[in-house]
Ligand binder design. Sequence first.
Ligand code: FRU
Length: 474
Amino acid sequence: MSTLTKVLAEEIRKIEETKFMERDLFPHRLTHHLMPPAGWLNDPNGLCYYKGRYHVFFQYSPFEVKGGLKFWGHYSSEDLVSWRYEGVPLYPDSPMDCHGVYSGSALAEKDTMHLFYTGNVKLDGDYDYINNGRITSTIHVESTDGIRFGVKEEVIPASQYPEDYTCHIRDPKVWKEHDQYHMVLGGRKKNDQGAVLFYRSEDLKKWEFDGELTTEKPFGYMWECPDVFELDGQKILSVSPQGVKREKYRYQNIYLSGYFVMKEEKVQAEDFCEWDMGFDFYAPQTFLDQKGRRLLIGWMGMPDADEEYQNRTLEEGWQHCLTVPRELRYQNGKIYQYPVEELMNLRRWEKKLSQEDREVEIEGAFDLELQLEKGSVKVVLTDVFTLEHKDGILTLTMNEEAGAGRSSRNACVEQVKDIRILADTSAVEIYVNQGEVVFSSRFYGKTPVHTLKIEAEEFRGGFWKLEKMKIIKA
Ligand code: FRU
């Protein structure tokens, strides 16, 4: 460790120690969502299963609650419900990443965990940092224990990226296919079109450009955090596009995250399907676990949306969280997402809900399942939100205080057959029709006590309180 790294490590240790002690004092701290120990969190990074543990790394600014210089933070778990905070494995402490250890991914092999990320460097001077003044190279580090990482090696220098791209090329996702390694990077072309770049390698060290992919009709100016994977035999490209015009029933957020079902290695703008219709979802990443499941975790936040709302956790010295891990399934031409079954281990049975029993008093985190036989449905969590299905549109409306500036989000859903609501102290994930449509949003209630009211013609349901996930410090 260099002297600079040692100083940073000590400062982080101190700030995390204080915040870790205080963490239960703040009303908005979450019970089953991963949060930054202190300061700011954004994208999930380096998701993998390695030597008996799940690893979740994340973009982390421990000193700046509104984001700033990026490090990687790290949680690990055996069972996805009890976690160990492993500390900070990557610091912006080299000339290749001194302005940020940006997003990236993991490749878990038998003996070695490889991480690939973008080193962000901003030159001093009068630059726009889009077309000039920024150097972003692809960096590789490896580990045999999944905790401590070795020397940083630049595997793709910025000078080797194609000429028709701006300086915005980043977020390597690496995978192995037919005995070859592949990488996809997100980028902004000089003509302001979002695209992804492919690279391939025999040894994870030497990477060769392998073409690009974008839509015929431009779909935003930048594609961040790409991911390529196969799901039930279908090849999928996931990206987080910026610069897509907002609409009433889709593309409602400033930036989007969604996927294209790839057809003959091509993608079409009209086929883009959003992962999540809520206010807070961005930059997801997937990985394959040891059970053969394709799991997805997203950042439950939204960049550059400060003008739209005031996140109440700022006053508590922290900001943002990750979604719960979701299992993916491909069916009828689309992807369904559902909370991993391990989360059921946090459930404590409360009661059945039915026509006769349609109200429940709640304090704290809960899990709710509703099966609907027919007709319209309305679910109200007093002082927090209303979820209502009417004329083919499902709308999530936040109460004024709880929404902190955000009002409503819509999704086109012909029929609502079932709803699962996973609610934390200040975050909610709503899964409709077994995960065909999902809404993820932060909320800031005045009190932790609410009443849940259900209005539907015919329904059955179950209601569980949720225990807190255990989080320890390594
Ligand atoms: C997405 C993103 C990535 C980048 C990282 C920096 O939220 O902008 O493209 O690598 O965040 O924190």
